[in-house]
Design a protein around this ligand. Sequence first.
Ligand code: DC
Length: 717
Amino acid sequence: MGWQIAIDGPASAGKSTIANALSKHFNFIHLDTGAMYRAITLKALNLKINLTNENEYNFLETTDITFKKEKIFLDGVDVSDKIRSIQVTENVSLVSTFKTVRAKLVKLQREYAANDNIVMDGRDIGTVVLPKANLKIFLDATVEERANRRRLERLEKNSLDISIEDTIKEITERDYKDSNRIISPLKQADDAIRIDTTNLGINQVLHKVIQLAIERGFKMENEKDLLEKKETKQEGEDSKSLSEENTTVSEKNSNSSKLKNLQQVEGVVKEVTKAKQVNDKIIDEKVVFTFENGQEGILSHNDTTVKDSESLFDFFEIGEKYTVVVKKTLPNNKVLVSTRLVEKRKELSKYEEIIQKHETIFAKVIKEIPEGLLLKHDDFSCLLPSSQIDLKSEEFKKIIGEDLEVAPIRLDFTRIRLIVSHNVAKSIKYKANKEVFLNNIKIGDVLDGTVKTIKEYGAFIELEQGIEGLLHISEVAHSHIDINDCLKVGENIKVQVIKIDNNQIGLSRKAILPDMWKEFSETNKVGDIVNVIVSEINKSGVVVKINEEISGFIPKSEFSWERDTYLTDLVKKGDTLDVKIIEIDPLKRRIILSRKKCQDNPWECLNLKQNDSVKGIVTVILKDGIKVNVQGILGYASKRSLGNVSLSNYKVGNEIELIVRVFDKNEMKLILASQMQSDSFTSTSKSTDKEISKVLKEQKKVLNTFGDLADLDKWQK
Ligand code: DC
């Protein structure tokens, strides 16, 4: 077994990025287990199986998943892009709940880890797949931050623009499903180290994990050197994320390379040329610089911050070093330079703090440009790329001239401009609003909300513009309900805050609804009779509604004193019935009812003996015999027991006289025969009679159905 690093965490916490970078750093294998679940989902979608039916996943046995050069192959085909589709993303949480799917993939994942050093990322790596991993990391970030990352990634990868609110919803939903599934839910392993990546750059997280791996004893040749190298490189890169092109600023002018446009460089003043004074303006005054590489630079008055009325002689001394920016390269090996740009660059750094503090600014929209929109803030140009605004390009014109709230996301020191994002500003505002909102609510508060979306597992309730809480299906009502019967999108409802966790709000509707079960069980007891409405008839009995919230069940055996009848012959949906409560358990939400106990037991009133002659009314003519109503109870006479008389001679409603063959109150059995047959029956032998009752006693199942009675006939033959 090699060295194992397990990285778990919710969607878009940065797991794959970090795992990938780590694998490169340490030269480990990287296994993106999420991609494997996605690949299975893709195959299930392609096969058009019923995704909710685990039995239809038998294709797993013949499914092959492999990784080659950071690509994932499903049955030999590269599906690296296809597994990122919206359809796969929407269904992968469902597919990954199935035991068969997980068993297949966990086995495969462990096989990968058997011999090599590995970094594996997913949801259950530290808890299930690699419980003995040398290092376990749980990466997390606020849902807003993760949604923002997911959104930008999509925009970049496939220009798919899904609003930040919808992305937050999508991530919340996935978090919920991944953390609440029964098998291997997303959970931080007890021995995992949690890193909140909300305000960290990739390199900062990577650095932390590398250090942790080393602390845990991972040794690699020259690892220390590598780490040091990384650290230096990282410092550069961390600042790069803020001022990517700042590297040109510190670029040293080497002897060999020619100066480039916008390069910042140090030059020595060679001379300051004579000037003319026209009115109170000094014109044609220039400073000539020489640079280390031998090139010359010319700085004109206009390109400095020196006032028009003042002379450059007073600001530049021959032989002294000054920092300038190359404005233009000229064909004669000379360059035009500017010190004004150096100042502007310094001024631009004031936005660094704004970026770090995640603040926003209002900038005026000036015009549309090919990359997006050009804005102005305090004399600085701001580029708002099309991907960073929640508007279609046709609509850009509408906001020209307006002040738009944007968040600076990067500083372009070369061109001295800010790169801003309208989307990030929205998410910052959303986060701030949510923070204020969360600070103002507490568990137990009852709030007004609007049903925004309904899912199979619950509903999202908007509590304030853009701020939603989750009303889980188990919190909608006191009893089991169909969520679509209870809630409608757009409906205003009252909800109680029952959970505030990691900026997520859990709500309950039932907590503020009267508990009808409690009320019912306080006012009703076993033996009471209630009036109910039939809502469903199934094989085992009848489901009835006692009131809007409470349903009860009448088992088939409790429906009627008559045996062997079809429930559907006796009752239909919507019928009202009087029924007796025979069991009540408000905690289990269970009420068992009896209809037959509301009626007298006709068997109790009847006293018959074998060979009694009885009169009865033919009620049903069956294939193998007839049913006869004898003083309110149904008896059965088989075709054979009726002798040679054809069944067609019997008519429903006719009165006939028969002989009792079997009468058993406890078993509720009345078996009849015609006079003639009964004679032969009694005369055949006493032992036959005995044998019938023996079988009745010994085999409880005997004579339970009319089919059994037919068997009795056979047995007698
Ligand atoms: O990391 P990702 O978004 O690509 O993962 C896709 C889904 O796969 C995720 O919603 C849950 C599931 N998954 C899992 O159940 N167990 C893992 N080890 C990895 C992913």
